[in-house]
Design a protein around this ligand. Sequence first.
Ligand code: AKG
Ligand code: FE2
Length: 260
Amino acid sequence: MEKMKADIVEVFKLPLEEKKAFAQLPNSLEGYGQAFVVSDDQQLDWADMLYLVTRPLQSRNIDLWPAQPPTFRDSLSCYSMELKGVAGTLLEVMAKNLGVAPEEFSTIFQDQPQGVRINYYPPCPRADEVLGLSPHTDGSGLTLLLQVTDVEGLHIRKGGNWFPVKPLPGALIANIGDIIEILSNGVYKSIEHRAIINAKEERLSIATFHGISEDSVIGPLAEIVKGYKPKYVSMSYREFMKTYFSTKLEGRRLMESLKL
Ligand SMILES: O=C(O)CCC(=O)C(=O)O
Ligand SMILES: [Fe+2]
């Protein structure tokens, strides 16, 4: 964890010319760039990011993994493996809580697809006028978030109010994503969150998204719905992701639109 943190700080210190070597390609989310640009006229968030697919292993696009600092690729591989373990354990516990057969959950989360997004928020003297990351819920199953520095910035929304989440050394924050909310028929709720900017200090965070296998269908699990009414529409994972990425981040609007 510490090695990953140290290396990622170095990556964002690289001169722009070097960062361009792993820049996002057109129509791709992977690489270095800006978060969630879906239209030319939207107001942009005050952040740069580096998004890399880490699992399944054959999906890795190593050319986009920064080659500097020299330990970065190893640190990320190792971090990815450790977090896969943590996510797997949490998913098992959630399946148990939901009364779902562990096999059913493990089939959906087979191979544990995983993507890592490193967010870099530069300081801004007019910090109160820009947002680091607009309010949103994650399109993942489960997100494990690491705040790299001790600069505060993450807020979660509960009962209409925003609450800051203080960075704790060595701690990961587990955020439920939209997919678990749908699969659990709303028993687990995906958490609305945002990131704010600091006037003087930069901030870095690493969000590790755990998704489901590409061919899955997302919908409330039959074992959970039983005699009750499903609360969400079912759709293919591909269709869900297409909808997620073509919608501007806007709190829980997408999730509300998927409710029956
Ligand atoms: O920077 C943060 O603390 C939040 C990042 C986040 O929500 C995301 O990458 O989805
Ligand atoms: Fe998020």
